[in-house]
Write a protein that binds this ligand. Structure first.
Ligand code: EPZ
Length: 420
């Protein structure tokens, strides 16, 4: 298993280009199961989770041709697809549950492994199943599989989500596209990745419109050929903004629409970052002294993204005072705390709240990655630690950050991958 060796502390400067969004690519790729006309998806990030989704689609019989650089997928499902998604594939990535909506909507049946939980939480899928049931899907759970079917086309209806949920909103929108009649989804999550999904579907003739958190989908018979470029990854952009703020950085971060991280940029300015915003790029300068913020809470979009919580926690370790961060989305998303303590952080955790004592002097150490976003917080902390750090099990990082060591090296971080 590969590891990273990082020599700190580094000041960072230069330019970073943001890759396509993993969390937008996954639902969009899943939605291509609805098509039997050619679809071209561009700006795919070269990360493991995308490979997993492509393998899953191919295991269903989807015909996918990838460009040499794997950023473009040409998909043409001429024949009827299979509807069985095996545990061996689904267990490696929870986002696989997103194939359930399109399969049941297009083929009226699907047998798909229940996605396992993961380190950050149990990750149940009750909201997915409840919503698809209201659209006409029936299912049984047997031997760890969801065995689902519908009597012909799904039927449009009105559904109000009991809680904001990204995946269940996406699964339901995709399923409703080919349903009979109109579906109104209320209390939807409105993350930019979900809007990217609906822009993609509308580019193929779907009839999806939004008013606030209400999404209206008028069912159609078939989707047209389309070519669509996935949005930039706002969590990668946010991560590099935190890096610049943390390491007295001076970065140009390009290839993304700064509006998608408005909230987080506002927060970083409070920490002392200076940010100049342009159409498709920002210039960000980190402060000599990082100001502290007393209370930060993660919230569904447009709140502070849970996927940036661990990165922001590193910033709070270096801030010149004490602060607390409350994780409101997942029940166990502080796996990075124990590892940050190995670098010298002083953090007390009580339930879903972490109290961070600032002015930490990080000293390099050997660390263990646990999940995708926690792992990147270890990279950030190692970057500003005195001496050498080793970060193990970086396959977690490879799931969602394209070429991270090359991007970091280019802006001055002394990082190298040790292949094992
Ligand atoms: C998506 O996960 C993202 N994954 C996550 O990113 C992200 O952290 C999360 O949204 C929140 O923004 C992808 O887009 C592939 P939810 P998802 O449904 O859809 C509970 C990353 O690092 N819930 O909004 O699973 C759930 O347990 C990943 O890229 C139910 O209880 O998130 C969680 O506590 C990590 N029942 C909360 O709701 C359900 O049926 C929010 O989950 C569904 C969710």
């Amino acid at each position: 298993m590969d590891k990273f060796s990082i020599e700190g502390p580094s000041r960072i400067r230069g330019e970073v280009e943001i890759s396509g969004s993993k969390n937008s690519s996954l639902p969009i790729l899943a939605a291509t199961l609805l098509f039997n006309k050619p679809v071209v998806i561009k700006n795919l990030p070269r990360v493991k989770d995308i490979n997993t989704m492509i393998n899953l689609l191919r295991s269903l019989g989807s015909k996918i041709i990838l460009s040499k650089d794997r950023r473009i997928a040409k998909i043409h499902n001429k024949t009827k697809l299979k509807t069985f998604a095996s545990y061996s594939l689904v267990k490696t990535m929870r986002g696989s549950i997103l194939v359930l909506g399109p399969l049941i909507s297009k083929y009226y049946k699907s047998k798909i492994s229940l996605p396992g939980g993961c380190l950050i939480g149990a990750r149940p899928i009750n909201y997915h199943l409840d919503s698809l049931k209201k659209l006409g899907m029936s299912y049984v759970l047997k031997d760890g599989y969801i065995i689902a079917k519908s009597k012909g086309k799904l039927k449009g209806t009105t559904i109000k989500f009991p809680k904001l949920t990204v995946g269940a909103t996406e699964n339901s929108i995709i399923a409703a596209c080919l349903a009979k009649g109109t579906t109104i989804l209320k209390n939807c999550a409105i993350e930019p990745e979900i809007k990217d999904l609906t822009n993609f579907l509308n580019s193929a003739g779907a009839k999806i419109s939004w008013i606030g958190r209400t999404c209206k989908i008028v069912g159609i018979n078939t989707l047209n050929p389309t070519e669509y470029s996935v949005m930039a990854d706002r969590i990668e952009a946010g991560t590099f903004c935190v890096a610049a703020t943390l390491a007295k950085g001076n970065l140009k971060i390009s290839n993304f629409d700064p509006k998608i991280i408005n909230t987080e940029m506002g927060l970083l300015k409070k920490f002392g970052a200076k940010i100049k915003v342009h159409k498709e790029k920002i210039f960000i300068k980190g402060p000599e002294k990082i100001r502290f913020i007393k209370k930060i809470k993660t919230k569904e979009y447009p709140g502070v993204a849970t996927d940036l919580q661990s990165q922001i926690m590193v910033l709070m370790c270096k801030a010149n005072g004490k602060g607390s961060i409350t994780e409101n989305i997942f029940e166990n998303r502080f796996m990075h705390v124990a590892e940050l303590r190995r670098l010298g952080a002083k953090i007390d955790v009580k339930n879903n709240q972490a109290h961070i004592y600032g002015n930490t002097k990080f000293i390099g150490a050997e660390l263990m990655s646990s999940d995708l976003r926690a792992s990147v917080s270890l990279v950030l902390a190692a970057m500003v630690s005195k001496g050498k750090s080793i970060i193990n099990r970086i396959y977690h990082l490879d799931r969602g950050y394209e070429n991270i060591e090359h991007k970091l090296k280019k802006i001055g971080v002394k990082i190298k991958r040790i292949k094992q």
